[in-house]
Design a protein around this ligand. Sequence first.
Ligand code: MG
Length: 162
Amino acid sequence: MKDLPRIGLGVDLHRLEPGRPCVLGGVEIPCDVGPAGHSDGDAILHAVCDAVLGAAGLDDLGTLFSDRDPANKDRDSASFCHEALRLCRAEGLRVLSLDVVAECEKPKLIPHRAAIRARIGALFDVDPTRVNVKGKTGEKLGPIGRGEAIRTTAVALLGPVD
Ligand code: MG
């Protein structure tokens, strides 16, 4: 039943390492640490992709883009988004809204929120007012609170293409 809205959930976790470029939500953020990963490590875009793919009932990001494939080494995660949107459209679906929570001690996301919403909106062909991004700290607890990792959670609502 493609005429009913469909919801999807995506989560991701990446280590934060000194000297790595810090690209989150498709936006380069000045920071002394960045997410480690086989690709560019963009934990926000990875969670959003998995939420979109999940809502469409499709394979997840790790299945579509293996971290053992050299072609995905240091890959710009925007290309994962392009593929997720293409697959979603092939199912007759479009993104209606997205909501993201990113948990990390740094970088501080608030100054970059508008840019991240605009970038995610452009990548998934949805108005930025229908994309929300929230930042939380780890309250000094566990690997998030010690600044060793970033954890992201995203939900996506999909509906039929008009
Ligand atoms: Mg990831």
